[in-house]
Design a binder for this molecule. Structure first.
Ligand code: ADP
Ligand code: ZN
Ligand code: ZN
Length: 763
């Protein structure tokens, strides 16, 4: 075979395209697409990069540098991934280097300068093991043991080794961890050293993984109900002719059980399965359920693993860690980027969820949409599941692009929860409110506690109070770096910016008129926690939000406490709205539906509906019928009326009509350009420049440039331009025009202080 002389390499840079390097003769046969190699870039930077392709095309310039070294014996990225990366970079308009950076574990991304040797960051974990120094016959072993009669500690340690390692007859040399031997026998280090000196035992160093391998006995799958069975059959039928099925099943209908059946079928065929969830917190409960059936091949993936653990997960998914391959991966959106070899099925649970979208940094991808593409590359099937599908997916199902399966009953024929709309405006007026709680909510909580049942209260803002305000002049403390109000956190006694993390002390007086006594305004989860403790002093209250779930196992602890009924009332943000399956939970309170509904976004009503459906779905999932209390100052709100009747179909119809009338997705594609500059007047002139240039092409389909709701974050002023791309016209041309237009802007004098980000499907 002829030797390819050039390699196009992906480097971790925000520059479009790949970079061509020479393949030295001695590397011939050692570099492939997907190989990780070290190269020099510019005057003295060194990077590891991934080979995208090798070829013999004449290179663009004669000054081609050679690859410095090949870092692994085999490619670390497979060819399907390379295709996937390319697709992501083209669709989401970012560099393939940015996709690589988001995908590869950071320990595999090396960076350095030419003067210093570049070292690998990942180190396998090594541990000392003990094994027999050589093979002994049973007879020899007996003699050895007899000789140790005068050294009882050594005798005991050797005996323990023999029984742990299961090689009593001396033949099977199984190594066991030294630390285990010491712990189990109460031996000292010295005792084992002595046995090693006598050449009875010896030490060896072995690589061990950081991931736990607890293998549980596999339980049989649950018997499906008649309705579930029909749904499973329907999904299988769809998969005969379509790639994607949308499973629209009410909350607690048993969607997870249906996935389990589908997963088993794929595993049996030897294929891999990816199970995506929107939130880390959710992996805890789902993984427990999946582990009952598939523990030996199941891995989890989310951002809280250490860098070294991420490398090991990567290797297990790739199957390079022999015998320990992960074939079912449960994870959040970034799990999509793992090195799957042969996916058979991708499950996207709660497909409507906004957390599937990555906002920053690039690639700004949507995991559900990418999952469909990834599955296509593997010739795998995709199942999207939801109790209230996104408008886009449901529309795709109605148009026949996806197959649709509807599961309308809860498992065990449990009734849907009863929904009560509590008018908070009226209750305030009649002075019936107790702090932030309506009489209906208080009564329901009281009843539940009386029956020893559990309650969750949903408030989509964390902190104590969204802001402080001077009662005299209405001055509000704001972040010094962002155009947002600071949130008051009482527990730690600080004001915090939820956009940049900036924090400061509590102002004792107004920063404007200096009058003392700032007043708290609005309420967050922390304040609800405080107040509920006052109203129900004997209830056990806990809170689940970003502030209380920072630790690696904090979700697990909270969810376990909830399962074990150590918590009576759990207060939380959107984290508690999804997926939780708690037997004894019967009452759900939505404290303020207004701030969901009034969010200025074309999707706000759809989102509010999803959120309220989801969170209500937590109530009454077993024998008892649940109750949901929605507090609002606008009880006649159309969306609330729809939630009241669990009327998804009408919500969909109304939303779709609106989207059509105002030309929003799914009737067009949206593309947002974010322009940032630290100077207020320059942001205006540069964004006007870009706006004019783009308008000449997009005309009325361009909105802006305008300051977004939060117009300044971390000292950067922001302007946005929104473009509605015509679905009928080729997207590639529009995207190219946008890239060219940005390039023209970047040639303008003084534009180097700009940061420009493109967000495709920015929602
Ligand atoms: P969903 O994902 O649709 O909200 P789940 O799969 O969580 O619903 O099911 C709700 C509850 O009912 C879970 O506790 C689940 O274990 C139980 N369940 C669902 N289907 C079955 C079944 N076929 N047999 C036994 N229990 C089931
Ligand atoms: Zn800030
Ligand atoms: Zn004031």
């Amino acid at each position: 075979m002829m030797h390819n002389h050039f390699a196009d390499i992906i480097l971790p840079l925000a520059v479009m395209g790949t970079f061509t390097y020479g393949i030295p003769e001695e590397m011939s046969g050692k570099v492939f697409p997907g190989s990780r190699v070290l190269v020099q870039f510019g005057k003295k930077k060194l990077y590891s990069g991934i080979i995208f392709r090798t070829h013999n095309d004449s290179p663009p310039s004669i000054n081609i540098r050679p690859i410095i070294s090949v870092l692994d014996p085999l490619p670390v990225v497979n060819e399907i991934q390379l295709k996937f990366w390319l697709w992501i970079s083209e669709y989401y308009m970012c560099s393939i280097g940015e996709v690589m950076k988001a995908s590869l574990p950071s320990d595999l991304c090396l960076e350095g300068v030419t003067e210093v040797p570049v070292m690998e960051k990942y180190k396998p974990r090594e541990e000392t093991f003990v094994e027999l120094a050589s093979e002994f016959s049973e007879n020899e072993l007996n003699i050895i043991l007899d000789n140790l009669a005068k050294a009882p500690k050594q005798y005991k340690a050797l005996n323990a080794y023999l029984s742990f390692s299961g090689c009593e007859d001396g033949s099977n040399m199984k190594a066991i961890r030294k630390s285990l031997l010491i712990k189990e026998t109460g031996s000292s280090q010295g005792t084992i050293d002595s046995l090693v000196r006598k050449k009875i035992l010896s030490y060896i160093t072995l690589e061990t993984g950081r991931l736990s391998d607890a293998e549980l006995p596999a339980e049989p799958k649950k018997e499906l109900s008649k309705a579930q069975h029909a749904s499973l059959d329907a999904v299988s039928g769809i998969f005969m002719e379509k790639e994607i099925a949308l499973l629209h099943g009410v909350t607690s209908s048993g969607k997870t059980e249906i996935y389990i059946h589908l997963i088993e079928e794929q595993l049996r065929k030897g294929r891999q399965v990816l199970y995506l969830l929107p939130e880390i917190g959710l992996t805890t409960q789902i993984i427990q359920r999946l582990n009952r059936h598939f523990s030996s091949v199941t891995g989890i993936y989310h951002s809280r693993f250490s860098n070294a653990e991420k490398v090991e997960i990567w290797n297990r998914v790739a199957g390079t860690d022999s015998g320990k391959e992960y074939r079912l991966i449960v994870g959040v959106r970034s799990a999509l980027l793992l090195p799957f070899r042969n996916l058979g099925l991708v499950v996207v649970d709660e497909e409507q969820d906004g957390s599937y979208k990555q906002h920053d940094p690039a690639p700004r991808y949507h995991a559900r949409d990418c999952a469909v593409v990834l599955a296509g590359l593997h010739k795998a099937k995709t199942i999207l599941g939801s109790a209230s599908p996104s408008i886009e997916s449901y529309n795709n199902a109605l148009s026949g692009k996806y197959g649709l399966v509807e599961l309308k009953e809860r498992y065990g024929l449990i009734k849907m929860p009863e929904i009560i709309v509590a008018n908070s405006r009226e209750a305030y007026r009649k002075k019936l409110m107790v702090s932030h709680f309506t009489p209906q909510l208080l009564e329901s909580i009281d009843d539940a506690l009386g029956r020893n049942e559990q309650v969750i209260l949903f408030q989509n803002r964390r902190g104590f109070s969204p802001y402080l305000e001077c009662p005299e002049c209405s001055w509000i403390p704001k972040c010094i770096q962002c155009a947002v109000n600071l949130t008051y956190h009482k527990g730690i006694n600080r004001m915090i910016c939820h956009y940049c993390g900036f924090s400061t002390g509590i102002p004792a007086q107004c920063g404007n008129c200096h009058s003392p006594g700032m007043a708290t305004r609005g309420f967050g989860t922390e304040k609800i926690e405080d107040e509920i403790k006052i109203v129900f002093p004997s209830a056990r209250v806990a809170r689940m939000d970003q502030d209380t779930t920072k630790g690696k196992n904090s979700f697990q602890r909270l969810i376990r406490a909830l399962e074990e009924r150590q918590i009576d009332i759990l207060i939380g943000t959107q984290m508690i709205s999804k997926g939780l399956d708690i037997e004894n939970l019967t009452v759900v309170g939505i404290l303020n539906a207004d701030n969901l509904l009034n969010f200025p976004d074309f999707r706000a009503h759809e989102r509010s509906f999803h959120m309220m459906e989801q969170v209500s779905g937590r109530a009454g999932r077993r024998q008892k019928v649940g109750k949901v209390i929605i507090q609002t100052s606008d009880p006649d709100n159309r969306i609330i009326r729809l939630v009241l009747n669990h009327d998804y179909k009408n919500m969909f119809r109304i939303q779709l009509d609106e989207r059509k009338a105002f030309n929003y997705p799914p009737f067009c594609r949206l593309l947002k350009i974010n322009i940032k500059h630290k100077d207020r007047s320059l942001i205006n002139s540069f964004s006007d420049f870009l706006g004019r240039d783009l308008k000449s092409h997009f005309g009325r389909n361009l909105l802006g440039p305008e300051f977004p709701l939060i117009s300044r974050v971390q000292l950067w002023y922001i302007k946005t331009i929104l473009i509605k791309l015509d679905k009928e016209k080729p997207v590639a041309i529009a995207k190219q025009y946008i890239m060219d237009s940005i390039e023209r802007l970047e040639k303008e004098k003084g534009s180097s202080g700009l940061k420009i980000a493109i967000d495709v499907d920015p929602y």
